[in-house]
Design a protein around this ligand. Structure first.
Ligand SMILES: [Zn+2]
Length: 236
Protein backbone atom coordinates (compact mmCIF):
# COMPACT_ATOMS: atom_id res chain seq x y z
CA UNK A 1 0.00 0.00 0.00
CA UNK A 2 2.85 2.38 0.83
CA UNK A 3 4.22 2.02 -2.66
CA UNK A 4 0.81 2.53 -4.21
CA UNK A 5 0.27 5.70 -2.16
CA UNK A 6 3.65 7.06 -3.19
CA UNK A 7 2.73 6.39 -6.82
CA UNK A 8 -0.48 8.38 -6.28
CA UNK A 9 1.55 11.23 -4.75
CA UNK A 10 3.86 11.10 -7.76
CA UNK A 11 0.90 11.10 -10.14
CA UNK A 12 -0.63 14.03 -8.32
CA UNK A 13 2.64 15.95 -8.54
CA UNK A 14 2.80 15.32 -12.29
CA UNK A 15 -0.81 16.44 -12.76
CA UNK A 16 -0.32 19.59 -10.70
CA UNK A 17 2.76 20.58 -12.68
CA UNK A 18 1.04 19.80 -15.99
CA UNK A 19 -1.98 21.82 -14.87
CA UNK A 20 0.06 24.92 -14.13
CA UNK A 21 1.94 24.63 -17.44
CA UNK A 22 -1.37 24.16 -19.25
CA UNK A 23 -2.82 27.30 -17.67
CA UNK A 24 0.25 29.30 -18.77
CA UNK A 25 -0.20 27.91 -22.31
CA UNK A 26 -3.88 28.83 -22.21
CA UNK A 27 -2.93 32.44 -21.43
CA UNK A 28 -0.40 32.64 -24.27
CA UNK A 29 -2.87 33.73 -26.93
CA UNK A 30 -4.47 36.43 -24.80
CA UNK A 31 -1.02 37.73 -23.77
CA UNK A 32 0.00 38.01 -27.44
CA UNK A 33 -3.30 39.70 -28.28
CA UNK A 34 -2.87 42.20 -25.43
CA UNK A 35 0.57 43.15 -26.78
CA UNK A 36 -0.87 43.67 -30.27
CA UNK A 37 -3.74 45.71 -28.84
CA UNK A 38 -1.24 48.07 -27.21
CA UNK A 39 0.43 48.63 -30.56
CA UNK A 40 -2.88 49.13 -32.35
CA UNK A 41 -3.84 51.78 -29.83
CA UNK A 42 -0.76 53.75 -30.90
CA UNK A 43 -1.54 53.23 -34.58
CA UNK A 44 -5.03 54.60 -34.00
CA UNK A 45 -3.73 57.67 -32.18
CA UNK A 46 -1.26 58.38 -35.00
CA UNK A 47 -3.99 57.95 -37.63
CA UNK A 48 -6.26 60.33 -35.71
CA UNK A 49 -3.55 62.96 -35.52
CA UNK A 50 -2.78 62.53 -39.22
CA UNK A 51 -6.42 63.08 -40.10
CA UNK A 52 -6.34 66.28 -37.99
CA UNK A 53 -3.36 67.45 -40.08
CA UNK A 54 -5.28 66.71 -43.29
CA UNK A 55 -8.24 68.76 -42.07
CA UNK A 56 -5.95 71.64 -41.07
CA UNK A 57 -4.27 71.56 -44.49
CA UNK A 58 -7.62 71.76 -46.22
CA UNK A 59 -8.68 74.57 -43.91
CA UNK A 60 -5.47 76.43 -44.70
CA UNK A 61 -6.06 76.10 -48.46
CA UNK A 62 -9.59 77.49 -47.97
CA UNK A 63 -8.21 80.48 -46.07
CA UNK A 64 -5.64 81.02 -48.81
CA UNK A 65 -8.30 81.15 -51.49
CA UNK A 66 -10.49 83.45 -49.34
CA UNK A 67 -7.52 85.73 -48.89
CA UNK A 68 -6.78 85.80 -52.61
CA UNK A 69 -10.37 86.74 -53.44
CA UNK A 70 -10.40 89.47 -50.79
CA UNK A 71 -7.07 90.93 -51.79
CA UNK A 72 -8.36 91.10 -55.32
CA UNK A 73 -11.46 92.93 -54.13
CA UNK A 74 -9.35 95.34 -52.16
CA UNK A 75 -7.15 96.02 -55.21
CA UNK A 76 -10.21 96.74 -57.34
CA UNK A 77 -11.55 99.12 -54.73
CA UNK A 78 -8.18 100.86 -54.70
CA UNK A 79 -8.40 101.30 -58.49
CA UNK A 80 -11.95 102.65 -58.18
CA UNK A 81 -10.71 105.12 -55.59
CA UNK A 82 -8.55 106.83 -58.18
CA UNK A 83 -11.49 107.66 -60.42
CA UNK A 84 -14.14 108.87 -57.92
CA UNK A 85 -15.82 112.19 -58.50
CA UNK A 86 -17.36 113.12 -55.15
CA UNK A 87 -16.00 113.29 -51.65
CA UNK A 88 -18.89 111.18 -50.40
CA UNK A 89 -18.03 108.46 -52.87
CA UNK A 90 -14.37 108.76 -51.87
CA UNK A 91 -15.18 108.40 -48.16
CA UNK A 92 -17.42 105.44 -48.79
CA UNK A 93 -14.72 103.64 -50.79
CA UNK A 94 -12.14 104.35 -48.09
CA UNK A 95 -14.47 102.78 -45.57
CA UNK A 96 -14.89 99.77 -47.85
CA UNK A 97 -11.13 99.40 -48.16
CA UNK A 98 -10.77 99.55 -44.38
CA UNK A 99 -13.35 96.80 -44.02
CA UNK A 100 -11.64 94.65 -46.62
CA UNK A 101 -8.27 95.16 -44.95
CA UNK A 102 -9.71 94.17 -41.58
CA UNK A 103 -11.24 91.09 -43.12
CA UNK A 104 -7.92 90.09 -44.71
CA UNK A 105 -6.07 90.61 -41.50
CA UNK A 106 -8.56 88.34 -39.72
CA UNK A 107 -8.04 85.65 -42.36
CA UNK A 108 -4.27 85.97 -41.96
CA UNK A 109 -4.59 85.55 -38.20
CA UNK A 110 -6.57 82.39 -38.74
CA UNK A 111 -3.94 81.12 -41.18
CA UNK A 112 -1.23 81.63 -38.59
CA UNK A 113 -3.37 79.84 -36.01
CA UNK A 114 -3.81 77.01 -38.48
CA UNK A 115 -0.06 76.75 -39.09
CA UNK A 116 0.61 76.70 -35.34
CA UNK A 117 -1.88 73.88 -34.87
CA UNK A 118 -0.30 71.95 -37.74
CA UNK A 119 3.07 72.42 -36.12
CA UNK A 120 1.85 71.15 -32.74
CA UNK A 121 0.11 68.19 -34.33
CA UNK A 122 3.22 67.29 -36.34
CA UNK A 123 5.19 67.30 -33.10
CA UNK A 124 2.67 64.99 -31.43
CA UNK A 125 2.80 62.64 -34.42
CA UNK A 126 6.61 62.58 -34.39
CA UNK A 127 6.59 61.83 -30.66
CA UNK A 128 3.96 59.10 -30.99
CA UNK A 129 5.82 57.54 -33.91
CA UNK A 130 8.99 57.49 -31.86
CA UNK A 131 7.18 55.87 -28.92
CA UNK A 132 5.53 53.44 -31.30
CA UNK A 133 8.89 52.29 -32.65
CA UNK A 134 10.23 51.69 -29.15
CA UNK A 135 7.06 49.89 -28.13
CA UNK A 136 7.04 47.69 -31.23
CA UNK A 137 10.63 46.70 -30.47
CA UNK A 138 9.78 45.67 -26.93
CA UNK A 139 6.58 43.94 -28.10
CA UNK A 140 8.64 41.97 -30.60
CA UNK A 141 11.00 40.86 -27.81
CA UNK A 142 8.19 40.01 -25.41
CA UNK A 143 6.40 38.02 -28.08
CA UNK A 144 9.57 36.07 -28.78
CA UNK A 145 9.95 35.27 -25.06
CA UNK A 146 6.30 34.18 -24.78
CA UNK A 147 6.65 31.98 -27.87
CA UNK A 148 9.84 30.38 -26.55
CA UNK A 149 8.22 29.79 -23.15
CA UNK A 150 5.18 28.19 -24.66
CA UNK A 151 7.33 26.03 -26.92
CA UNK A 152 9.28 24.88 -23.84
CA UNK A 153 6.00 24.42 -21.97
CA UNK A 154 4.61 22.15 -24.68
CA UNK A 155 7.78 20.04 -24.60
CA UNK A 156 7.60 19.71 -20.80
CA UNK A 157 3.91 18.95 -21.02
CA UNK A 158 4.40 16.06 -23.43
CA UNK A 159 7.16 14.69 -21.19
CA UNK A 160 4.79 14.93 -18.20
CA UNK A 161 2.09 13.17 -20.22
CA UNK A 162 4.48 10.27 -20.81
CA UNK A 163 5.38 10.18 -17.11
CA UNK A 164 1.70 10.24 -16.21
CA UNK A 165 1.04 7.26 -18.49
CA UNK A 166 3.88 5.28 -16.91
CA UNK A 167 2.81 6.00 -13.32
CA UNK A 168 -0.89 5.39 -14.03
CA UNK A 169 -0.05 1.93 -15.40
CA UNK A 170 1.48 0.97 -12.07
CA UNK A 171 -1.46 2.09 -9.93
CA UNK A 172 -4.14 -0.38 -8.94
CA UNK A 173 -7.28 0.42 -11.03
CA UNK A 174 -9.55 0.43 -7.96
CA UNK A 175 -7.26 2.89 -6.18
CA UNK A 176 -7.08 4.98 -9.34
CA UNK A 177 -10.87 5.12 -9.44
CA UNK A 178 -10.97 6.37 -5.84
CA UNK A 179 -8.26 8.91 -6.56
CA UNK A 180 -10.11 10.30 -9.56
CA UNK A 181 -13.38 10.46 -7.62
CA UNK A 182 -11.83 12.39 -4.70
CA UNK A 183 -10.03 14.67 -7.13
CA UNK A 184 -13.33 15.43 -8.84
CA UNK A 185 -14.99 16.15 -5.49
CA UNK A 186 -12.25 18.69 -4.81
CA UNK A 187 -12.71 20.42 -8.19
CA UNK A 188 -9.52 18.94 -9.61
CA UNK A 189 -7.52 19.92 -6.50
CA UNK A 190 -5.52 17.61 -4.26
CA UNK A 191 -6.84 14.11 -3.62
CA UNK A 192 -3.85 12.76 -1.69
CA UNK A 193 -2.54 14.82 1.22
CA UNK A 194 0.24 14.36 3.77
CA UNK A 195 -0.32 14.12 7.51
CA UNK A 196 2.24 15.71 9.78
CA UNK A 197 2.03 15.66 13.58
CA UNK A 198 -1.47 14.21 13.31
CA UNK A 199 -2.56 17.20 11.23
CA UNK A 200 -4.23 16.63 7.84
CA UNK A 201 -2.61 18.99 5.34
CA UNK A 202 -5.69 18.95 3.16
CA UNK A 203 -8.04 20.53 5.68
CA UNK A 204 -5.78 21.38 8.66
CA UNK A 205 -7.84 19.28 11.06
CA UNK A 206 -6.36 16.96 13.68
CA UNK A 207 -6.81 13.27 13.04
CA UNK A 208 -8.22 11.01 15.80
CA UNK A 209 -5.26 9.34 17.64
CA UNK A 210 -6.40 5.87 16.63
CA UNK A 211 -6.35 6.73 12.93
CA UNK A 212 -3.04 8.53 13.27
CA UNK A 213 -1.51 5.42 14.86
CA UNK A 214 -2.88 3.22 12.11
CA UNK A 215 -1.25 5.45 9.53
CA UNK A 216 2.15 4.41 10.88
CA UNK A 217 1.40 0.83 9.93
CA UNK A 218 0.88 1.91 6.32
CA UNK A 219 -0.84 -1.33 5.41
CA UNK A 220 -4.19 0.02 4.29
CA UNK A 221 -5.77 2.98 2.55
CA UNK A 222 -6.80 5.73 4.99
CA UNK A 223 -9.00 8.74 4.52
CA UNK A 224 -9.24 11.99 6.46
CA UNK A 225 -12.57 11.80 8.34
CA UNK A 226 -13.04 15.51 7.78
CA UNK A 227 -12.13 16.22 4.12
CA UNK A 228 -12.34 12.60 2.89
CA UNK A 229 -8.99 12.86 1.09
CA UNK A 230 -6.53 9.98 0.92
CA UNK A 231 -3.93 10.57 3.64
CA UNK A 232 -0.35 9.39 4.06
CA UNK A 233 2.43 9.98 6.57
CA UNK A 234 4.87 12.63 5.52
CA UNK A 235 8.48 11.36 5.41
CA UNK A 236 7.35 7.89 6.30
ZN1 LIG B 1 -8.47 16.47 5.87
Amino acid sequence: MKEQISLLVKLQGIETEAGSIQSILNDTQSKLEALDAGLMEYERTIEEQESIIDKLKKQYRDYESDLRINLDKEKKTQVKLRSVKTNREYQSLLKQIEEEKAKNSKIEDKMIECLDLMDETEKIIAMKKDEYLKLSDSVKNEKEIIKQESKQGRITLSKLDEDREKVTCMIDPELMKKYLMIKKQNSGGLAVVPVKNALCHGCNMNLPPQLYNELFLGDSLKFCPNCQRIIYLKNS
